[in-house]
Design a protein around this ligand. Sequence first.
Ligand code: GTP
Length: 360
Amino acid sequence: MTEAILLVGGKGTRLRPLTVHTPKPMVPAAGVPFLTHQLARARAAGVEHIVLATSYLAEVFEPHFGDGSDLGLHLEYVTEEEPLGTGGAIRNVASRLHSAPGDPVLIFNGDILTGLDIPALVDTHRTSGADVSLHLSRVEDPRAYGLVPTDGSGRVTAFLEKPQTPEEIVTDQINAGAYVFNRSVIDTIPADRPVSVERETFPGLLADGAHLQGMVDSTYWLDLGTPQAFVRGSADLVLGRAPSPAVPGRCGERLVLDTARVAADAKLTGGTVAGPGSRIGAGARVEGSTVLRDAVIEEGAVVRDSLIGAGARIGARTVLDGAVIGDGAVIGADNELRDGIRVWCDAHLPDGSVRFSSDQ
Ligand code: GTP
């Protein structure tokens, strides 16, 4: 049985302020910490032993997931004293693996929502005889990603981090953040210093003549690193566009968690989630948004494609579009916030004080 490493130690800076109190993999998507979806998908693919490589806010993972038995998994946790980067984190958990040197080990970034055929990636690895195999996804605009061109047989020919000029954009195949490593390759990563698997390990292996194999799988794929992507991913889980065995309850257009209270004439659409203890007032319209636990949306508010942090309060008739509201923030009545605007945790915006977007 293949075992897996999950990288969950990043600071999640792009997702601030939601990652101020909560590490990115623990921010709820479709009602459960995002990591739950990844763990459940790995389990469904036959993985039983998973080591979580933690660093930032490491202490919150184990109290929630324990030994993993609720998900049918055996989970272990390894915490870095100082963040070791993606490669260093992989090396740092090597002593917990049970695999023999030639065995394949799955490695997942902790912020990717995907329908990847995990057994197919392991099969590709075995049949190609590669040292490392990578899931590659195709995207329209690859500038924010690491490009991974391959030859006719799928063998990786280069790693190009975040290309900017048209000449640098030689392929639309990007590193999708899921790998199979031969166990022996993990042991060659330097121990006890930060290493980036994308910038150091992969290019180094290629330069040394190692066999790196790419598998293009054009299934659902989303990097939940930004607030806009996170909200989209959560809504796609609710709408059934993104596959996960861990979405709680029957969904449809919306997911209302048990203790949420939604006024009879409030309209929740587009994969909106009302978290536990949240309250949505009369006549409010909430579309494609995630409302975390104990947040309140008062009557007549209109919320689109936005993330509302735990315990935050959105005043009556306020309009939010593409906004991120930190935990505990209070937005008074009759405000208007648009276009990726972020309000910090516990901030207080008085009634009628704001009518702007981030590009003004
Ligand atoms: P940003 O700060 O917004 O870029 O997010 P991030 O910190 O999560 O970084 P990135 O998205 O590049 O990380 C990819 C994956 O690796 C995520 O699942 C991170 O949790 C994880 N990761 C990044 N750096 C570290 C690290 O130093 N240690 C561990 N254990 N995991 C890491």
